[in-house]
Unconditional design. Structure first.
Length: 224
């Protein structure tokens, strides 16, 4: 099994309105420092026929569903057909893709959720990128700061310093994360990989794999 941390190997840029943010970059975490500025530049250019502007620096597609109890912190964009459910807490610098789900008591901060991402129950997603159709099971979270507060390094081969103190995870397209799992700082998971429930995940996990535990990462039997 091979593991890649390149944008082109992890993410379908046709599945996010944030595609320009990723252009001329090699690694997905390189966009994290620019999400806030990108939203503030893109928001005013969104069609007034398609998006409402309920408060400063917040743009919501007219066909998105935002529950009254949800909090939308600026700046953020909620794209077409997305659902932001009961007591969701979007702290800001968040792009929620088309048809994505931000569920009850979910917290988002400095993130890009590609189209069809599901974070439906009690998830924390901070300083992270979630690819097309990625799904986080109930209670699964991204841990975005190391316990010693040192800068995050992506444990590829060779290791790649990110220069960031805050970096959660990158989930490739169609990744499935089991319930109550923790994605440790700097985790990168390849496309179509499944993580078992109650896992502690760190490092770079190959595409088309099953993460059972740190010592048991096996290829999926299905054809690519």
């Amino acid at each position: 099994m091979t593991a890649s941390v390149q944008i082109s190997d992890l993410l379908d840029l046709e599945q996010t309105l944030a595609a320009p943010l990723f252009q001329e970059k090699q690694y997905p975490w390189q966009v994290l420092e620019e999400i806030e500025t990108f939203i503030r530049g893109l928001g005013p250019r969104l069609s007034a026929d398609e998006f409402i502007h309920p408060q400063p620096e917040v743009w919501v597609a007219k066909d998105a569903e935002v529950f009254p109890s949800a909090y939308l912190g600026a700046p953020c964009i909620i794209d077409h057909g997305a659902q932001v459910r009961h007591c969701a807490f979007i702290r800001g610098s968040a792009i929620v893709g088309k048809g994505a789900v931000v569920g009850n008591s979910v917290e988002l901060k400095n993130v890009v959720l590609f189209n069809k991402v599901e974070t439906p129950h009690y998830n924390y997603v901070g300083d992270s990128i979630l690819g097309f159709h990625a799904h986080m099971g109930a209670g699964s979270i991204t841990s975005n700061v190391k316990s010693d507060r040192s800068l995050v390094t992506v444990k590829a081969d060779p290791a790649i310093p990110t220069g960031r103190k805050k970096f959660g995870a990158v989930l490739g397209d169609y990744v499935e994360v089991g319930c109550n799992s923790v994605l440790n700082p700097g985790t990168v998971i390849g496309r179509h990989t499944t993580v078992y429930p109650v896992s502690s995940v760190r490092g770079v996990i190959p595409a088309y794999a099953i993460f059972k535990d740190a010592g048991r990462i096996v290829p999926k039997e299905e054809s690519r």
